[in-house]
Design a binder for this molecule. Structure first.
Ligand SMILES: Nc1nc2c(c(=O)[nH]1)N[C@@H](CN(C=O)c1ccc(C(=O)N[C@@H](CCC(=O)O)C(=O)O)cc1)CN2
Length: 287
């Protein structure tokens, strides 16, 4: 069998088209959705992601502001910056690009973002609401994966989803979102003994472990849907996922490539969340 490739670039573009229409509608009412992006330090990958976020905002007519802060900024100064953005009426979404330098407590910083502007969906309030199935901003990468599955016509209800990885921003919320769509969910991670005995049971496998080519054909059941959330650089500095694509595409029914799979969806869902934040703000003002 050779897998159907789930094209995140194409699906992302389709969704961005619909988001752009919502931006136009907001502009007609005098509101331009605005995103503030905070970048601390000089991490080259973070710089690229932030530039892509800004470019994507511009492409669909949104306003974005980049706040570049030095690597040695104090946590207090960063918190003050967020406080100021929380009060600005032209900013509907705030995101702090991760990772942050080691001397800064990431949890404190994320908690400082007003829940109404937490378009990354990382704050304890957003996470709590997501767990309870309440209306909130969903974390962009798992939200993007749900959209990929939906747009590819993949049934979730009644399926066994196995997550490899337990990060706060991908693995944990991913399992919750699949559970809410009636999947049976198993969480595994890099220290799970006999990992293939779990992953081989997966109808839907989510690889979010952060290790290049970690998932091989030995981990996959024939016909499984394989979603690769990994973004790793190999020895040749080439972007590779957590899944050995060449091997696994012979066995899986559907697979996401890296690049061009989950990655583009992360930014697409950020745009969607920010537009949603602007729409909600307009609704609050109308009350
Ligand atoms: N505040 C946040 N920080 C981080 C997040 C996040 O969602 N919020 N996620 C990652 C990085 N990330 C977004 O910030 C991100 C990663 C990858 C891509 C992407 O489009 N990847 C492309 C390839 C790009 C390349 O060539 O390097 C792909 O996979 O096709 C977008 C966003 C950590 N930090």
């Amino acid at each position: 069998m050779s897998s159907a490739i789930i094209n995140g670039k194409e699906i992302g573009q389709e969704i961005r088209g619909a988001v752009a229409t919502r931006v136009e509608a907001l502009k007609a009412k005098g509101v331009t959705p605005g995103l503030a992006v905070i970048l601390v330090g000089d991490n080259p990958a973070s710089k690229t992601y932030v530039a892509n976020k800004q470019k994507s905002c511009e492409q669909i007519g949104m306003f974005s502001e980049l706040i570049k802060l030095p690597e040695d900024i104090s946590e207090q100064a960063l918190l003050e910056q967020i406080s100021e953005l929380n009060t600005r009426s032209d900013i509907h979404g705030i995101l702090v690009q991760l990772p942050l330098p080691k001397h800064i407590d990431e949890d404190q910083v994320i908690q400082a973002i007003s829940p109404e502007k937490d378009v990354d969906g990382f704050s304890p309030i957003s996470v709590g609401k997501m767990m309870l199935g309440q209306d909130t901003y969903l974390p962009c990468t798992p939200y993007g994966v749900m959209k990929l599955l939906e747009h590819s016509g993949i049934e979730i209800a009644g399926k066994h989803a196995v997550i490899v990885g337990r990060s706060h921003i991908v693995g944990k919320p991913m399992g919750q979102l699949l559970l809410q769509k009636d999947a049976t969910v198993t969480y595994t991670h890099s220290k799970t003994p006999d990992l293939p005995s779990f992953t081989k049971q997966a109808d839907i496998l989510i690889a979010a472990v952060g290790r290049p080519n970690f998932i091989t054909k030995e981990h996959i059941k024939e016909g499984a849907v394989v979603i690769d959330v990994g973004i790793n650089r190999n020895e040749q500095n080439k972007l590779v996922g957590d899944v050995n694509f060449t091997e696994v595409c012979e066995i899986a029914s559907h697979i996401t490539p890296v690049p061009g799979g989950v990655g583009p969806m992360t930014i697409t869902m950020l745009l969607e969340n920010t537009v949603q934040a602007a729409e909600k703000e307009l609704e609050r003002q109308a009350k």
